[in-house]
Design a protein around this ligand. Structure first.
Ligand code: XIL
Length: 375
């Protein structure tokens, strides 16, 4: 039952009740507070940590959605041409199913995290087109009915809003180089054919505010909607720092995508904090500043009916991509400490969700939109 999120107002109430009864933290969990306003609370997760009981207990208590951090990327799912490995992804799906969580798939097409055979193969556009078609068809087909939403294409635009050069677009591309977003549209069409029920997202970073990149994504979505290319949503990654300038425009940005008839999900939120050479916080004040950023993102999502999920990239500082990614200059980016203690950021999300409960008309609108989508 808990898997049918926001089917109706009654379902939401039942879910909140069940969440409250099931979860150790009861009404204190992100999962139940999110359910009461029709928002999925998500985290990127990795099955290699499932043997850590604190890891699984926290996930189960606080989250209604998980996304594989790396296990459904091309390098993981098709390590050799035409040979698919779904084991790690399947393990994550089984865990989610056992605990009434939804699974967000990530991702079907990206310029990065691809296997060496793909880069070194010197394939022709016609061959690449067939490789891409087969990959999307096999992966989305395998997870049909178990992955409710896919990031179909990841990070295709640069900060100026131009399409990035990539093996799929123009190096050499699948035969649509120079044809703008045509290769992206093709990916969405194949994904839709493989799993007509999955929600299909375009996902990118630094597009939280209104800027050249989010304008380009907006123009693409508008064009796809006008031409019947099957797109259902935009994922805003939200890898942020303490300044997070774009966040002040986040609500307006979500609203404009909502106006095109697509939903928005916050997909990879983390807020990096600078650390010293020993990897320690410069001052505890930084965690309060971090909490403010988390709270503002949660508020923007909660106040906009088009925002249907709020997901962080991991959930505990014990396992986060930030220290490695920033050459150990930043850390402490997630809502739980490395000892699984909720940080100020956690309470900021929770209080933003709770505050939004008072605004019943937004929740009502979100649930109505969700019901129309399920129809
Ligand atoms: C990151 C993972 O967290 C790392 O473990 C991996 O080494 C590289 O990828 N944008 C995305 C995610 O869409 O897939 C990335 O995940 C982070 C940036």
């Amino acid at each position: 039952m808990a898997r049918r999120i926001v089917g109706s107002a009654a379902a939401v109430m039942l879910l909140a009740l069940a969440g409250g009864l099931m979860a150790a933290g009861g009404s204190q969990s992100l999962r139940s507070a999110g359910a009461r306003i029709g928002i999925l609370a998500g985290a990127a997760a990795a099955p290699q940590h499932f043997s850590d009981p604190n890891y699984t207990a926290t996930l189960i208590r606080d989250y209604s959605m998980i996304e594989p951090e790396n296990q459904m990327k091309w390098r993981a799912t098709e390590p050799a041409r035409g040979q698919f490995n779904f084991r790690p992804g399947d393990e994550l799906v089984r865990f989610a199913q056992a605990h009434g969580m939804k699974v967000r798939g990530h991702n079907l097409l990206w310029a990065k995290f691809n296997p060496a055979w793909l880069y070194r193969g010197h394939f022709t556009p016609a061959q690449l087109r067939e490789i891409m078609r087969q990959h999307i068809t096999r992966v989305a087909g395998h997870y049909a009915g178990r992955v409710f939403a896919w990031d179909v294409v990841n990070e295709a635009f640069d900060r100026e809003g131009h399409l990035r050069h990539s093996i799929w677009y123009d190096r050499p591309g699948i035969g649509l180089a120079g044809d703008g977003t045509a290769y992206i549209a093709q990916a969405f069409r194949w994904a839709h054919a493989a799993d007509p029920k999955a929600l299909l997202f375009y996902n990118d970073f630094d597009a939280e505010g209104i800027n050249a990149k989010s304008d380009a994504i907006y123009a693409m979505v508008k064009d796809f909607k006008a031409r019947g290319v099957p797109i259902d949503g935009v994922g805003l990654q939200a890898h942020l720092g303490l300044n997070a300038a774009g966040v002040s425009q986040l609500a307006a940005n979500i609203a404009r995508f909502g106006g095109l008839g697509v939903q928005v999900q916050i997909t990879e939120l983390d807020v990096r904090v600078p650390v010293n050479a020993q990897g320690q916080l410069l001052s505890s004040n930084e965690l309060a500043r971090q909490a403010k950023v988390y709270g503002r993102v949660a508020e923007a999502c909660a106040q906009e009916p088009a925002c249907t999920a709020f997901q962080t990239w991991g959930f505990t500082d014990r396992y986060s991509w930030i220290p490695h990614h920033t050459h150990e200059k930043f850390g402490f980016a997630l809502p739980f400490s490395s000892a699984y203690k909720p940080k100020p950021a956690y309470y900021a999300i929770l209080s933003a969700f709770k505050k939004a409960e008072r605004n019943r008309s937004v929740t009502g609108q979100r649930i109505r939109l969700e019901r129309e989508r399920l129809r």
